[in-house]
Design a protein around this ligand. Structure first.
Ligand SMILES: Cc1cc2nc3c(=O)[nH]c(=O)nc-3n(C[C@H](O)[C@H](O)[C@H](O)COP(=O)(O)O)c2cc1C
Length: 214
């Protein structure tokens, strides 16, 4: 009996996995640097918003948001819009949307599809997470840190980097008329399992993004 259940789960997982075609990276539109609102205005209007319209966020808007979050702003060095302690760049941005989970690749400004499932509801303990068009998940990959022992500094550096990225996202959201809230209330174990993270990857924060409910 147990054997049959295991087989059924394996087949179901395989059916939900991505084909080679599905796994093709999606190249994102380059950043548009034309003036929007002033930085001071964005700071004045930044706030947490926790109710979201069902409307999806277009890929062109996501492209701008991800570049603002942690895109490469100095191609010569590959350095990013967000600072990172010792330039470790250990935070990855995963994007949970209705059509699945993907990973932002700053180095070529592309989206790497990871899963087909809609795991938005698992990205937060609060019900609005399931409704927001996008939930960004900030994941530290400590395999990229030479001394990857779980020291206080290792965690602090990762958390600060995630915080810097989240503030970039929040300010971009003001400019793009998007609602957002950064969140720590996450069942990290369940989410890490759904995302199939490795033992070296730790979820630091999540951030819901979408159009505000009218
Ligand atoms: C590290 C961190 C974790 C947070 N976690 C949550 C959360 O789990 N759920 C939530 O609704 N808001 C969360 N927030 C948002 C705060 O509640 C919010 O920033 C605070 O109430 C101030 O409101 P404001 O952002 O509108 O200024 C978090 C903020 C930070 C910085």
């Amino acid at each position: 009996m147990l054997k049959h259940i295991c087989l059924a789960v394996t087949l179901l997982t395989a059916a939900m996995s991505l084909s080679a075609q599905d796994l093709k990276p999606i190249k994102l539109a380059p950043p548009q640097l034309n003036p929007g609102i002033s930085l001071m205005q964005a700071l004045k209007d930044r706030q947490s918003v926790r109710s979201f319209a069902k409307r999806p966020v277009p890929l062109e808007v996501l492209a701008q948001l991800l570049w603002a979050a942690d895109g490469v702003n100095r191609p010569d060095s590959g350095k990013r819009t967000a600072p990172s302690a010792m330039n470790r760049r250990e935070i990855d941005i995963y994007i949970a949307a209705a059509d699945g989970l993907s990973l932002y690749r700053p180095q070529d400004h592309a989206l790497q599809p990871i899963l087909k499932q809609d795991i938005r509801a698992l990205t937060g303990r609060q019900s609005y997470a399931a409704e927001a068009a996008l939930n960004l998940i900030y994941v530290a990959d400590f395999s990229r840190v030479a001394d990857n022992t779980d020291t206080d500094d290792t965690m602090i550096f990762a958390a600060v980097q995630a915080g810097c990225i989240s503030q970039n996202v929040s300010l971009y959201c003001v400019q793009a008329h998007l609602a957002t809230v950064v969140r720590a209330s996450i069942d990290k174990e369940a989410l890490a399992k759904a995302m199939r993270l490795s033992v070296h990857q730790k979820i630091i924060l999540a951030q819901s993004v979408g159009y505000p409910k009218e």
